[in-house]
Design a protein around this ligand. Structure first.
Ligand SMILES: *Cc1c(COP(=O)(O)O)cnc(C)c1O
Length: 397
């Protein structure tokens, strides 16, 4: 049977054809006027995509590179930092901050949940930086960035760093209004291009911190990178091809907003929110439990599988029968979850396809499934949600 590869994973995600074409043809040397134009335009568009007036940087690394840069550039050994964690990516903050000698205070919530603002308030005093995720990709949970930002702003000398690697393009953040000092994204998520770029927006307060912070840094010395990037240059050889792809993806998002990139970003977020909601409807219709039921993210939905079924079997069947890659649970959650992303180049029909395939793999794994249950629920919810809202259905007005 013909199998069409479908990435349902929370990174890498399906590639935008226009970005693939831009990458295939890009062979420009980076010390040229043409590349300068491309980089300057991409950085300007990226600011609109992130929704900030702060300076934005693109780094040649996976997302974790920018996470590390936010630790090495903003902290000194012995600094108290507060890590808010409720999953595998939250735990990465703890590892990073410890590697740089910070005195790490950890506030953790159980997997699938989020922390309460009262708990944050109780632990924030004296913290130089608060590190958190916007959306915790390992559990499908969404955290209250706005609420945490308010608490951070009440502190005299505390910065807020948000790993929004799956949050950007799926979740609304008012970066400057709320006061997010350092927000991080990655190319292989909602931007619809391959892995290899991290990007971040940095507040003036955070740039100032870098002048006095003492942790070592070299490749990720952001002050150095900033000096180059404001001129359309980079400190070291940039990932030119990926930047061409990113430029094309941002142009596509602008087109989604009929020429307005901010509107395009909102349309992308609305689309992810809708696909996530429809996926939750599908799971519940099949009698499955949502792992982050109380605070579900639009980036990724984690579905808890029935106890007598190993989700590894479902993920394998998805891949072998349909060429579709869904994600298993990570760490202790392995075998218990199936995770499907709604990031970037992912739409309503993908959602229907996922729901239909989920019925098949569950049925083959022994679950009592009435075919069409999930698909019917998705269809009905979609019809209700989009009634009178052609823009949500993707119809240009
Ligand atoms: C994908 C992801 C990362 C980055 O992982 P890399 O493999 O370094 O790109 C970090 N945080 C979250 C929440 C993610 O989803």
């Amino acid at each position: 049977m013909l199998r069409k590869t479908r990435l349902f994973t929370p990174g890498p995600t399906p590639l935008l054809p226009a970005a693939q074409q831009a990458m295939a043809f890009y062979d420009m040397h980076h010390r040229t006027a043409d590349f300068k134009t491309l980089l300057s335009k991409t950085l300007a568009d990226l600011k609109e995509f992130i929704g900030t007036k702060n300076d934005v940087l693109i780094l040649a690394s996976s997302g974790t590179g920018a996470m590390e840069a936010s630790v090495s550039n903003l902290t000194s050994p012995g600094d108290k930092v507060l890590v808010l964690t409720a999953g595998k990516f939250g735990e990465r903050w703890t590892g990073l901050a410890k590697a740089y000698g910070c005195a790490v205070e950890v506030l953790s919530a159980p997997y699938g949940e989020t922390f309460s603002l009262d708990e944050v308030k109780a632990k924030i005093a004296g913290a130089k930086v608060v590190y958190m995720q916007g959306t915790e990709t390992s559990t499908g949970a969404r955290h209250d960035v706005q609420g945490v930002a308010k608490l951070v702003r009440a502190e005299a000398d505390c910065l807020l760093v948000v790993d929004a690697i799956t949050g950007l393009g799926t979740t609304h953040f008012d970066v400057d209004g709320w006061g997010i000092d350092f927000i991080i994204g990655g190319s292989q998520k909602a931007l619809m291009i391959p892995p290899g770029l991290a990007y971040c927006a940095v507040s003036e307060k955070a740039w100032q911190r870098m002048e006095t912070s003492k942790n070592p840094r070299f490749y990720f010395d952001l002050r150095k990178e900033r000096k180059s990037q404001v001129k359309g240059e980079t400190a070291y050889t940039p990932a030119t091809t990926l930047i061409a792809g990113m430029g094309a993806a941002l142009t596509h998002i602008r087109q989604m907003g009929n020429g307005d990139l901010v509107e395009g970003r909102k349309a992308l977020i609305d689309s992810a929110e809708m696909c996530a909601e429809l996926t939750r409807v599908a799971a519940l219709a099949l009698g499955l439990k949502l792992f982050a039921a109380k605070c579900p993210a639009a980036a990724v939905t984690a579905i808890a599988v029935p106890e007598n079924i190993d989700s590894s079997v479902l993920v394998k069947d998805f891949r072998e029968s349909f060429g579709a890659v869904a994600a298993n649970g990570q760490g202790e959650m392995k075998g218990k979850l199936i995770r499907v992303a709604h990031l970037g180049y992912y739409d309503y029909l993908d959602t229907v396809a996922f729901a239909a395939a989920l019925e098949q793999v569950l049925s083959r794994a022994g679950a009592a499934i009435v075919f069409g249950t999930a698909v019917k629920a998705v269809q009905e919810a979609y019809s209700q949600k989009t009634a009178g809202k052609p823009e949500l259905a993707g119809v240009k007005s």
